[in-house]
Write a protein that binds this ligand. Sequence first.
Ligand SMILES: Nc1nc2c(ncn2[C@@H]2O[C@H](COP(=O)(O)OP(=O)(O)OP(=O)(O)O)[C@@H](O)[C@H]2O)c(=O)[nH]1
Ligand SMILES: [Mg+2]
Length: 193
Amino acid sequence: MNPHFDFKIVVAGPFAAGKTTMIAASADGPLVGTEAPTSGGEAAVKATTTVGMEYGTLAVASDSFSVELNLYGVPGQERFSFMWDIVGVGMDGLFLLVDADRPETWATSATMAAHFGALSSTPVVVGVNRASTRPEVVEQVRHAVPVPGARYIGFEVIDPQDARNALLELLLHMLEQMNDEPAAQTSVQVATP
Ligand SMILES: Nc1nc2c(ncn2[C@@H]2O[C@H](COP(=O)(O)OP(=O)(O)OP(=O)(O)O)[C@@H](O)[C@H]2O)c(=O)[nH]1
Ligand SMILES: [Mg+2]
């Protein structure tokens, strides 16, 4: 029987970057969420915001092992930032979201990367939402949100296939770091596409 691994991935990023949308799109089942109505200026951006933590899972298979990715979303709003420390305990990888269309939020993405980087030196993928066909924006983000050792990808959080592939990129990054060798030959796919 193939070995099985459980990994904890934290999905972080500024308010309205698309964290909840990404976990809902990529998880195997419905996510466990903590949405509440937005208030103040945020209400003009969207109707609800994550106030606690959200959780979903994604099963991944390969020829030689199986993996359960446990996806934990954190609130983007600074006033809930104490949750970042709580949710970050024991994380194996960080997926940091950046919104390609709101460069005014990029500094907040960088702040969050530094916050989680201080908690743990796990592998990081910086996912640039709304940038699957805009490599030039991904390059801009690479400079504006510098995260040592991170991989940068452009994708769409609302596209389940795209969101899952982005998470698989982080998984490969994590496996490489575990084995200290390139995982280019490792083929992983979602267990139930
Ligand atoms: N059309 C479109 N809408 C998007 C895309 N990405 C995000 N959205 C929308 O942008 C909003 C993102 O909201 P959430 O997923 O709640 O963002 P979040 O990062 O979880 O926000 P907080 O938890 O409140 O910090 C939602 O209204 C999404 O439907 C995209 O690529 N295309
Ligand atoms: Mg959310």
